[in-house]
Write a protein of this length. Structure first.
Length: 655
């Protein structure tokens, strides 16, 4: 998915952190030995882009050696006008003397965000079955016309694809197809064509404008892979402006992106520690004061040895509830009632059996989850979309689309009522929210979203009366844990290029090395291990992109990788890496098998035949012991650029 060369970690300058006092408030600045537009991968925040929350009224004042700009151009609300972004004009990082020239107020470096999804290409023969299976998981409603037509919901996707300035509601595919593919699925459900009404006005805003290519960092016309927090804040403002120009009406924002708590807003769920995070919080609060429903991804496991647990921001802010009514006036939204306030909703991911998504961040499960594995959509011409996506980005989009369709048919429902209809109609998973989403020690039941169920629930009043824009729906809701994954058959596979037997691997009964999580290492007999990568799916990235910003958990996905269990309870796995899913050979391959007994890591990289997997090679690994009932099988390894690869294998021959 990423074709540009990544700079090795060793090629970046070392960090020296300095604390600078700016007229009282603290400004933490990462000082580097040489200049790079973006920060060192170990920090992700650069004082070359410093955000100031000034204490004086009026426009952003000038500062010698800096280029000032308002974070929220055109805003008149005092709270929003306080945020200014200053870009350093000199070489290298600004010195403490340079920082002292900034206006009085709290100041912090701007920080990078990520879009938390994985992606892969897929052959058309597979895509049709994957598409069918994913629609069965999300249960899209059959939209129909009524005497009173539905109102179109303004559905803003803030992501990697920029809007086409010449065509309303249309986006450029983008250098990175993540946002474009998500929006295509929303359009497929909300504007199905034929005689069915179009309930969504899909709108794109570019929140991730930066890309690194051979010539360095740039902002391509067709979008990028990365974005700063202020880029996200400005995208939200532009979406609100576009919504007002479109005539207002129901509003839904999709944020399949986020940042780690240490980069602002995560202690504890309030944005008091970094100015750039406060700017995002301020404009999100403004959107909630306008009645928006905002859906944010809890995030995927990014690799690395630290900061793996808990939800990303801004999803974590959902635990704090909507803003106070009295704060809306200072944000420029005027007087509103508590019932009119929008909601920020965190969304997690499950697979086609309602099990937690294998790549989800630990301890980040909110009360709403949605299918998030092996999702695909169709193009405007009806053909297959170019990507298959897995990750909490997908679940966020599913939940946001369900709410947007419901709002279009029942626009009079208060935002909180729409979310409760979404939750009330969702299927119980039998699990409870993680502590980050518990309030006062009270945790809620985790439920899986049904698109059809959400509309059915919203369309009926508490007394059972059908709303005038709705037609009767009969949603045969899928029960929890019913297997709705793709059913791939052996006839869909081509013959393997290589066959490898793992009959001689043994259980070492030794604990997995520190930092790898729970599990048991299963190694070849006589192995001295561990070798270079005892648990590659948990290693830090070595490329120029840091795990905290790489589209998580890096460009991954293996929709043509499958597994099956034979009558002797031995597992067979067939793996084929596709160009576009990985950037060359996959080194140190390993199968991570989660069962009802435990987690087993089969260190295939210690088999000489599988020192690395080549793109395009189809390899069959047989005679792997299957201990217990298998829940997930994942392929892990290291890419040529030093990035971690982690992908789910799809079960073959489902009953």
């Amino acid at each position: 998915m990423r074709g540009y060369p990544l700079v090795p970690l060793s090629g970046w300058p070392a960090l020296a952190v300095a604390a600078v006092v700016l007229h009282g408030p603290r400004l933490a600045s990462a000082q580097t030995a040489s200049f790079e537009l973006f920060p060192d991968p170990g920090d992700l925040c650069s004082a070359r882009r410093t955000v100031v929350e000034k204490i004086t009224p009026g426009p952003c004042p000038s500062a010698s050696g800096w280029s000032p700009a308002p974070v929220f151009p055109g805003a008149t609300a005092p709270t929003l006008r306080a945020f200014c972004r200053y870009e350093f004009l000199g070489g290298g990082e600004p010195s403490p003397h340079d920082l002292q020239r900034l206006p009085a107020g709290a100041a912090d470096p701007d920080c990078l965000v990520v879009h938390p999804a994985s992606a892969a290409s897929s052959r058309p023969a597979w895509r049709k079955e994957l598409h069918r299976a994913f629609r069965a998981q999300v249960e899209p409603p059959p939209l129909s016309s009524s005497a009173v037509p539905p109102v179109r919901t303004f559905f803003a996707v803030l992501d990697s694809s920029p809007p086409d300035p010449h065509r309303s509601g249309v986006a450029y595919p983008g250098s990175n197809l993540h946002g474009f593919t998500l929006a295509r699925f929303a359009r497929e459900v909300g504007c199905p064509g034929g005689s069915a009404p179009c309930v969504l006005h899909v709108h794109h805003e570019l929140a991730l404008p930066w890309r690194k290519g051979p010539g360095g960092w740039a902002q391509p016309v067709r979008g990028g892979d990365f974005g700063y927090q202020t880029d996200v804040a400005q995208a939200i403002l532009r979406a609100l402006d576009a919504w007002r120009l479109a005539g207002r009406g129901p509003l839904v924002l999709n944020l399949s992106l986020g940042w780690l708590p240490r980069f602002g807003g995560g202690s504890p769920h309030v944005p008091t520690d970094r100015v750039s995070a406060r700017a995002v919080h301020a404009i999100l609060s403004r959107s909630l004061c306008e009645g928006a429903l905002v859906f944010a991804a809890t995030g995927n496991d990014s690799g690395g040895s630290t900061d793996r647990d808990g939800p990303l921001l801004p999803a974590a802010w959902s635990a704090s509830g909507p803003p106070r009514v009295e704060d809306c006036a200072s944000l420029g939204a005027g007087q509103v009632s508590a019932a009119e306030l929008g909601r920020l909703v965190a969304v997690g991911g499950v697979d086609g059996r309602d099990r937690p998504l294998g790549i989800s961040r630990p301890d980040s499960t909110p009360r709403l989850v949605a299918p998030s594995a092996a999702a695909t959509a169709t193009t405007a011409g009806g053909g297959p979309a170019p990507l298959v996506l897995s990750g909490t980005s997908v679940g966020t989009l599913v939940a946001a689309t369900a709410a947007a369709v419901a709002r279009g048919y029942v626009p009079d429902l208060a935002p909180g009522q729409v979310i409760e209809a979404l939750y009330a109609s969702a299927s119980s998973t039998g699990r409870w929210t993680d502590p980050a989403f518990c309030s006062g020690g009270v945790c809620e039941e985790v439920r899986r979203v049904s698109m059809c169920g959400a509309l059915q629930s919203a369309c009926r009043t508490s007394t059972g009366v059908l709303h005038p824009r709705c037609t009767p729906l009969n949603c045969p809701l899928r029960a929890a844990y019913v297997d709705a994954r793709a059913q791939l058959r052996p006839s869909m596979l081509r013959s393997p290029d290589r066959r490898v037997s793992a009959a001689f691997v043994v259980d070492t009964s030794a604990p997995v090395p520190s930092g790898c999580g729970s599990g048991t290492l299963v190694r070849p007999a006589g192995s001295l291990g561990p070798l270079t990568s005892p648990c590659p799916e948990r290693q830090s990235y070595g490329g120029g992109a840091h795990p905290d910003t790489q589209p998580q958990p890096s460009p991954v996905g293996c929709p043509t990788c499958v597994f099956s269990v034979n009558a002797l309870h031995r597992m067979e796995a067939t793996i084929e890496l596709e160009g576009g899913a990985v950037d060359g050979p996959l080194a140190d391959p390993q199968l991570v098998v989660t069962t009802d007994v435990g987690v087993y890591r089969y260190t295939l990289f210690e088999l000489t035949e599988l020192a690395e997997l080549e793109t395009g090679d189809r390899v069959e690994v047989s005679d792997l012991p299957a201990v217990g009932v298998i829940e997930t099988v994942q392929l892990a390894g290291i890419q040529a650029s030093g990035e971690v690869y982690l992908a789910d294998l799809i079960p073959l021959d489902l009953p």
